[in-house]
Design a protein around this ligand. Structure first.
Ligand SMILES: [Fe+2]
Length: 155
């Protein structure tokens, strides 16, 4: 059977989630896999590499869940943690690793505009946060990007 890189990364993420407390497991599954689905939708619409977008989304909060949920610097620390994992996997070339790690490293900078892959991850992160409970008010820090997403997707 052909190797599917999204499946391989999803398994790695599931394995990490399996080590968390039951409450955290639910949160992590919903957020990481939900963000990956949102990333696929946004990347498809924008003609950005869907596979890499899903992989970035699956891994973007790896550090946050595995090490410290409240670390403000989880994006940069997560990128540092993910880089050797991707390199050791032998599944990605140097350019792909650079792109995934960069997108993870800057995903908390929602007020800045980066490369198309970075933007897919930031917007997918927000879309999942909004869509997990649409009856809650939108966080002010997400409002501007969510308004743009609504316009882009005619929501
Ligand atoms: Fe996130």
């Amino acid at each position: 059977m052909e190797l599917n890189r999204v499946d391989v990364i999803a398994s790695l993420v599931s394995e990490m989630i399996g080590t968390l407390s039951p409450e955290m497991q639910g949160r992590a599954y919903i957020h990481l896999f939900g963000t990956a689905q949102a990333a696929a939708l946004i990347a498809t619409k924008r003609k950005v590499n869907v596979e890499l977008a899903q992989i970035c989304a699956l891994l973007h909060d790896y550090y946050k869940y595995k090490v410290d949920y409240n670390d403000e610097n989880h994006a940069a620390k997560g990128a540092d943690m993910i880089l050797p994992i991707l390199a050791k996997s032998g599944l990605f070339n140097v350019c792909e690793i650079g792109n995934i790690v960069r997108a993870i490293a800057c995903h908390s900078e929602k007020d800045k505009v980066g490369q198309p892959l970075d933007e897919v991850l930031k917007d997918a992160d927000i879309l999942q946060n909004v869509m997990k409970n649409v009856t809650k008010p939108i966080k002010p820090k997400y409002a501007e990007r969510y308004e743009k997403l609504k316009a882009e997707f005619s929501l």
